[in-house]
Design a binder for this molecule. Structure first.
Ligand code: AMP
Length: 214
């Protein structure tokens, strides 16, 4: 199964892709994670990407397409994959179509995680990662026991550097102007499935599984 998750920053793509990966044994391919890895490793590519990421802008198509081509060529994608955060504009979607077309493995579905704007803001400003376990948490929505557990185990609740209010506003604007047109792009190609992505993680996951199996 070859699918991609579409949605604004904070729609829950990363959380849901991780759960789907665990359920279906498909690799989650997140260009955001791959880019953060390159930044942390201090590679030339990471140094080029960092300024755009810090500002909430898109990293150049050239860089992103380079890393995605490399990642899709790895063996674990043979039975499918879940793309998370890619494509983010029409040029990237066209490039993806070409890459998958070359190997005769077209995309099965683009699933839009639909979330109201006010909830996106709370999800993004409250988002934290436990330094100990890597678990994604939210100071507004996670059960207090889960937040406490991270601290009790010697972890810290880390905030992504691009989750500050200024950068968040820019990322949402970039989504609206550059990524949202992909909804029409995939609708026209009969690949679009839309799910309500508000509410509990488990409830959204159930809706996602129904959409995947549709
Ligand atoms: P994410 O973790 O998906 O929110 O991505 C974090 C940041 O990485 C974005 O704000 C962009 O700067 C960059 N990024 C991730 N995916 C892409 C992409 N497909 N195209 C361009 N930039 C991207």
């Amino acid at each position: 199964m070859r699918i991609l998750l579409l949605g604004a920053p904070g729609a829950g793509k990363g959380t849901q892709a991780q759960k789907l990966m665990a359920d279906r044994g498909l690799p989650q391919i997140s260009t955001g994670d791959l880019l953060r890895g390159a930044v942390a490793a201090g590679s030339a590519l990471g140094r080029k990407a960092k300024a755009a990421m810090d500002a909430g802008e898109l990293v150049s198509d050239e860089i992103v397409l380079g890393i995605i081509r490399e990642r899709l060529a790895e063996g674990d994608t043979a039975n499918g994959f879940i793309l998370d955060g890619f494509p983010r504009n029409v040029a990237q979607a066209e490039a993806l179509e070409d890459v998958l077309g070359e190997v005769g493995q077209p995309l099965d579905a683009a699933i839009l995680l639909d979330v109201d704007f006010d909830i996106l803001m709370k999800r993004l400003t409250g988002r934290r990662t436990c330094s100990k376990t890597g678990k994604l948490l939210n100071i507004h929505f996670s059960p207090q026991a889960e937040l406490d557990e991270c601290i009790a185990n010697g972890g810290e609740l880390l905030q992504r550097p691009d989750d500050n209010e200024q950068t968040i506003a820019n990322r949402l604007e970039v989504y609206r102007s550059q990524t949202e047109p992909l909804i029409e792009y995939y609708r026209e190609r009969d690949k679009l499935r839309v799910i309500d992505a508000e509410g509990e993680v488990a409830a959204v996951h159930k809706r996602l599984l129904e959409a995947v199996d549709d």
